[in-house]
Design a protein around this ligand. Structure first.
Ligand code: AQP
Length: 339
């Protein structure tokens, strides 16, 4: 059956334990999106290879990530759920798009600059894949003629790069690729570190107290919130201002996302209370939220044969969809498709 809904693609790399940032920036929207879009939810395992972290058990991390997709309400009967490395077309298109990408535009990618800086600090050598991964991301998106890509703010630049590459290709070969648009919410699109609220909350942060992991046990998560940095404004006042009050604004964004309440409504409700009391409220809602999510997660994670069945079916569906685009590209480029 041909769907008339716009196509939506989203992915997370299983490069470690998922964070509250991953959830708020993208996953919390996925369930509702299934009503309005033809959704593809991908586990971007090839992207996770870029960091070569031996500590990560990739096989486990892939199934953990998949279980969280399901726990967040992604339904295999409504959406295509698949593992990137099962769909060889991603690697194929990646190479082709490499031939239509420019070194100088990749050098401008902020995520690369940030990650490179961290690697330099640890005297690590940067591999080429870390530099190139936005092109693989472009292939992930363009293979499916994607209309929308829900992402956190950190990935906006990569979606813009995807559009540039697609435009360059289209201008030479006709209307091959749909130009994707990022879907970024006003609040929650960049959840910051708890102790350094000028820095994004990330799975790979060395300081685990900066990050709420979706699998954190509840007492640990509560303590992390209680130790989160606020500010020294006197008398203490709770309002949203990223520049002046990054810590408080971050906690407000977290509270708003997990309660589904508008930030301005929250600010009114929180008027006059002390920071410590505010943190207790955030910790309280967060513990309820995490308990519920983790319970559902464990139910799925327990049943590995069900998880494997989902990604098997997802791989078949996504191979069919992506092969159509790839055949068209082969034809335009003068390559000879096998069938
Ligand atoms: N802190 C965040 N706030 C809002 N959105 C976020 N995302 C990640 N962190 C935040 C969004 O989650 C999606 C999947 O991201 P990813 O895991 O594939 O890559 P990432 O952005 O590199 O995430 P991390 O946690 O920072 O991973 P590591 O440490 O491994 O590099 C994306 O849409 C992202 O915007």
């Amino acid at each position: 059956m041909i769907s008339s809904k716009p196509i939506l693609f989203s992915a997370i790399q299983p490069s470690g334990n998922l964070t509250l940032g991953n959830y708020i920036g993208t996953m919390r929207h996925w369930s509702d999106m299934q009503n309005n879009y033809d959704c593809l939810y991908c586990i971007a395992d090839l992207h996770a290879l870029t960091i070569q972290e031996k500590k990560i058990n990739l096989k486990k991390s892939i199934l953990d990530t998949l279980s969280f997709y399901l726990a967040c309400g992604v339904d295999p009967n409504k959406s295509t759920i698949f593992i990137q490395s099962h769909v060889y077309q991603h690697g194929q298109l990646n190479w082709i798009l490499n031939c239509f990408s420019q070194f100088s535009e990749l050098l401008r990618m902020t995520q690369f600059k940030i990650k490179r800086k961290i690697e330099k600090k640890c005297a690590k050598k940067t591999n080429v894949a870390l530099f190139n991964y936005p092109i693989l991301m472009a292939a992930d998106i363009l293979l499916y003629q994607t209309n929308f890509v829900p992402v956190g703010r950190d990935q906006k630049q990569h979606v813009e790069l995807t559009r540039n590459i697609a435009n360059r290709f289209n201008s030479l070969y006709g209307n091959i690729f749909t130009l994707p648009e990022p879907l970024i919410t006003q609040y929650g699109s960049k959840i910051m570190s708890l102790l350094e609220p000028n820095k994004k909350m990330s799975k790979s942060d060395f300081n685990k107290n900066n990050v709420i992991f979706l699998l954190d046990d509840i007492p640990t998560a509560i303590l992390k919130i209680k130790h989160a940095i606020t500010d020294s404004e006197m008398p203490s006042k709770i309002y949203y201002n990223i520049e002046k009050k990054p810590g408080i604004s971050n906690l407000l964004e977290i509270l708003s996302a997990i309660t589904n309440k508008n930030i301005n409504v929250l600010i009114k409700e929180l008027e006059g209370i002390m920071y410590s009391e505010f943190k207790n409220i955030v910790a309280d809602y967060l513990s309820k939220f995490l308990s519920k999510l983790q319970k559902s997660y464990h139910n799925y994670r327990y049943d590995e044969s069900y998880l494997k069945k989902i990604v098997y079916e997802g791989a078949i569906q996504s191979q069919l969809k992506s092969e159509k685009t790839l055949k068209n590209i082969y034809d335009k480029l003068g390559l000879i498709p096998l069938f």
